[in-house]
Design a protein around this ligand. Structure first.
Ligand code: G6P
Length: 476
């Protein structure tokens, strides 16, 4: 069996999988890498004065990882710059926060090339390469320039933006053209794939090629929808572990006679945290009789703190949480517990289970796995209610949640009230349907479907690709 090579900006293979801090994606990819004797390649998270052109090889619980140190200027221009000040806000439709600086684009190209130059000599002819996320869009093009003919797939974890916004990016064509060096491009939802197709057809004068192909820039590529999920069994195990149960008890005790709502999000403007707090404030204002019966635990670890837009949103949330607590709190009750820290998976599972309502209200999100984790953590006999933004990729599958428009405070406020007063039978009915979705889109299914589709793409012996881009008939 050929090896699997995973490439991503962050290499999250856990050193100690039993410690419970790794997410489902990290665990699922690590498991595949153990099975296929693979390699996980990416940035070490460290800087070095002068780029060495070499990767440091480590073993992490049976997974081989290859880590590259970057120069401070690289981190500034590629990671903080193009990835997080240009592509991230643009792909999340925040044109107002998108910075277009030439040096960022140059740093992005440079780091992708550097990664390709370090990875290329490590490859064997049969390897299947799977590149992840917006940091590394041009990676396949750079590998091809170095003569790499292996099958290469790309999965975008974020949304794809509408064409009318994407064209504001200088060199947008070059970025999209570089995607055509892949053999397979995967998206989280039909909606993101449709937007990609729209760009290719309307802007790049491309054409559909069969059911699952696109032709443009003189090349064909396979495209598909692969909704990511969680490791359901593992998450339920974490929930039922001693630490999960202890956390549940702790939270249940601290919410005696009150209903707890929970939000868990990186501190990011795409997560709609301000809008969520404002919607909750509206609810407190409109429902004086329910006020003291509910509280919100908002778990929000700091993220990308070197980027000014993240510092701004952090300051605004600090002020907003303070204002709401100052306005409404009583001597024995505080409406928001705002926590700028992360918790382990088992602890989160316990927190979710104790929460009557899960609030997942991003303004735009590739998928959002908190929605799936919240559902998986519930007690089937007395489940909580998921309030889900219609703009999260997860909403495409999880229509049984209370879907909301997070831009509307009134709608959020109404949904909170509906969730808090929903009869048990209805909660059970909704949860049963949602849990089926969570199981049907388990992370192992996502991983295996993508790898199988990539593996089954035909490539001529000489690596020639123009006509090969149909999965083989035997591909499941
Ligand atoms: C999103 C992105 C991931 C990224 C994660 C954390 O989920 O899709 O690629 O790793 O955020 O962000 P960070 O910048 O800390 O890696």
């Amino acid at each position: 069996m050929s090896r699997l090579i995973v490439v991503s900006n962050r290499v999250s293979a856990p050193k100690d999988p039993a410690a419970g801090s790794a997410g489902g994606l990290a665990m699922a990819l690590s498991a595949a890498l153990r099975t296929y004797d693979g390699l996980w390649f990416g940035w070490s998270g460290e800087t070095i004065e002068t780029f060495t052109g070499e990767a440091k090889i480590e073993d992490r619980a049976g997974v081989t990882v290859a880590l590259v140190d970057l120069e401070p200027q690289d981190v500034d221009e590629y990671y903080n710059g193009y990835a997080n000040k240009t592509l991230w806000p643009l792909f999340h439709h925040r044109l107002d926060l998108t910075a277009y600086e030439r040096s960022y684009g140059e740093g992005y190209e440079r780091v992708n090339q550097r990664f390709a130059e370090v990875l290329a000599p490590m490859l064997e002819p049969d390897d299947i390469i799977w590149v992840h996320d917006y940091h590394l869009i041009p990676m396949a093009r750079d590998l091809r320039r170095l003569g790499v003919t292996n099958r290469i797939g790309f999965f975008l974890h974020t949304p794809w933006p509408v064409r009318q916004l994407l064209v504001t990016l200088p060199h947008h064509r070059r970025l999209v053209e570089s995607l055509f060096a892949y053999d397979l491009i995967g998206f989280q939802t039909e909606e993101w794939l449709d937007l990609f197709r729209d760009y290719v057809i309307s802007e790049a004068r491309g054409e559909l090629a069969g059911d699952n192909g696109l032709e443009a820039f003189g090349r064909k590529v396979c495209v598909g929808v692969y909704p990511i999920g969680i490791d359901v069994e593992d998450f339920m195990g974490a929930r039922d572990s001693p630490a999960g149960l202890r956390t549940y008890d702790r939270m249940a005790a601290s919410s005696a006679f009150r209903s707890m709502m929970v939000g868990v999000d990186r501190l990011d403007y795409s997560k709609g945290l301000e809008e969520r707090m404002l919607g909750y404030e509206q609810f407190l204002h409109d429902n004086a009789e329910l006020r003291g019966d509910v509280f919100l635990v908002q778990v929000t670890p700091i993220s990308r703190d070197d980027v000014d837009t993240y510092q701004d949103i952090r300051a605004r949330l600090d002020a907003l949480a303070g204002r709401i607590n100052g306005e409404y709190a009583d001597m024995d009750w505080q409406p928001i517990r705002y926590l700028n820290r992360g918790y382990r998976r088992d602890q989160l599972a316990g927190i979710y289970r104790a929460a009557r309502v899960g609030l997942v209200t991003p303004l735009r999100d590739g998928m959002n796995l908190v929605a799936k984790e919240y559902v998986a953590a519930q007690n089937p006999d007395d489940p909580g209610v998921l309030i889900l933004s219609r703009f999260a990729g997860a909403a495409e599958q999880m229509g049984e949640a209370l879907l909301v428009n997070p831009f509307s405070r009134e709608e959020l406020s109404d949904a909170i009230k509906t969730a808090l007063t929903m009869p048990r039978e209805e909660r059970i009915r909704k949860w049963t349907a949602l849990m089926k979705v969570v199981r049907d889109t388990d992370v192992a299914i996502w991983r295996d479907d993508f790898v199988q589709a990539l593996r089954s793409i035909e490539v001529a012996d000489d690596g020639d690709r123009p006509l090969h881009h149909q999965p083989r008939a035997d591909a499941a």
